[in-house]
Every structure is written in structure tokens, then in C-alpha cells.
Design a protein around this ligand. Structure first.
Ligand SMILES: N[C@@H](CCC(=O)N[C@@H](CS)C(=O)NCC(=O)O)C(=O)O
Length: 214
């Protein structure tokens, strides 16, 4: 079979989610790493009209959007299933991926992590106003996720699913900020989930250099 290629930097949360799906399935793949902070390569702009990462190619099939990539990876290759078969659990998984994209990524990563961790790396002071304004939305998203998790080992049912792989890279960076540390202290069920998630082989193999937290 043709080796699939994932295009994007290892430090990106969404690239890591797609890598986690590939790793959990045990698929041989190539990571076409580039640093988008130095500008998007023309080839990536041709693959992704919205100038984001990741993009994915498998022979003559090209795809972008992380959820679509993860589903394709799960369905086109052998390996453990990453999606529940039960209809309501599958719907819940889709809901959680969607709420992470719509309500958690922007405050937790796009604002708090970027301002607190990335801005200083670029020689800028964090914008405390942006951080303060993002805290309530990040807190709300994490509380909702805590409720979905409940006392179960994974976000949906008893097995790992794409929902867990969608959250883990977000959680990893968020935890590195004081605001994330504070919010995750008040969501102890997610903390317990994280303590076990971060030990998975796929998580260890995809850990970005930047992510000391796992
Ligand atoms: N909806 C996209 C979101 C991807 C996304 O926002 N990726 C971030 C990196 S984690 C990105 O490309 N950021 C570059 C930018 O905003 O310029 C997906 O699901 O793949």
C-alpha cells in the first residue's frame, strides 16, 4: 500500500491529533514537517486553500481538515477501531470533536497558549487582556468536557476514540500555562484522564519538543 503523508509541523496540535490516529492504528506514514511560522510553503497553500495544517495525501487522494483525516485513517486502514460502532456514542464523539474545534481551540490555544507561551518565544510580551478575556470560554469548554468524561476512562464510552485524540494535544499545551494549570486543577476527572493518556506510546512518540507537559 502507498505510504500516507501528513503535511505540517510536529508542534501543531491538529497535526499531532492526526499523527495520534496514525500511530494508534499502527500505520507507517511520513511526516512532511515544515515551520509555518516562517511562512506557509507554496505546496501547502496548494493543498490547503485556507492556509492551515495539517493536510494529508494518500497516493492520489488528498484531504484536509483534521476530523476528516482521522476518520479516513481509521476507516481506510487496518488496526484498532478509533470510532464507536454504537450510534449514540459515535454521535457523541463527533459532538466532542466539533465542540473542541468550535469552542475550546480558540480560547485555550489560539489565545491563552499563543499569548502566554508563543509570544515570548517571538520576543513579544503576552497580551494580558487577550488572556483574561479568553479564560471564561476555556473554562466553560473544559467543564463541559469534564461532564462528558464523568467516571469513565475515555471521553466516549470505555474505549479510546477520535474524541480523546482531538483533546489530548490541546490539553498538553494548555496545561503548560498558569491559566490552564488552574482550570485543569478544577477538572479532576480530566486530570485523571490526562495522567493515563499522556503515557500512551502514541503520545510519547508524538510529543513535540516544545511540550514538556507530555
Ligand atoms: N479546522 C482545521 C484547523 C487547523 C488549524 O487551525 N491548524 C492550526 C495549527 S494547530 C494552523 O494551521 N494555524 C496556522 C494559522 O492559523 O496561520 C482542522 O481541523 O484541521
Amino acid at each position: 500500500m502507498v505510504t500516507p503523508i501528513l503535511h505540517g509541523p510536529a508542534y501543531s496540535t491538529y497535526v499531532r491529533t492526526a499523527r495520534l490516529a496514525l500511530e494508534e492504528k499502527g500505520i507507517d506514514y511520513d511526516l512532511d514537517h515544515f515551520d509555518f511560522m516562517e511562512g506557509f510553503p507554496e505546496a501547502q497553500l496548494a493543498r490547503h486553500p485556507f492556509a492551515r495544517v495539517p493536510a494529508f495525501t494518500h497516493g492520489d487522494f488528498a484531504l484536509y481538515e483534521t476530523v476528516a483525516i482521522c476518520r479516513y485513517v481509521d476507516e481506510a486502514f487496518d488496526g484498532p477501531s478509533l470510532q464507536p460502532t454504537e450510534t449514540r456514542e459515535r454521535a457523541r464523539m463527533t459532538q466532542i470533536c466539533s465542540l473542541l474545534d468550535s469552542y475550546a481551540y480558540s480560547p485555550a490555544i489560539g489565545k491563552i497558549v499563543i499569548e502566554r507561551l508563543v509570544s515570548p518565544m517571538l520576543g513579544r510580551e503576552p497580551d494580558e487582556g487577550i488572556i483574561a478575556a479568553a479564560i471564561p470560554a476555556a473554562e466553560k469548554a473544559y467543564r463541559v468536557l469534564e461532564e462528558f468524561l464523568g467516571d469513565r476512562p475515555f471521553l466516549v464510552g470505555m474505549s479510546l476514540s477520535l474524541a480523546d485524540l482531538h483533546l489530548a494535544p490541546n490539553y498538553s499545551y494548555f496545561l503548560m500555562t498558569p491559566e490552564g494549570e488552574n482550570i485543569t486543577q478544577s477538572t479532576p476527572k480530566l486530570r485523571r484522564w490526562w495522567d493515563s493518556m499522556k503515557e500512551r506510546d502514541a503520545m510519547v512518540r508524538t510529543r513535540p519538543e516544545f511540550a514538556a507537559a507530555g
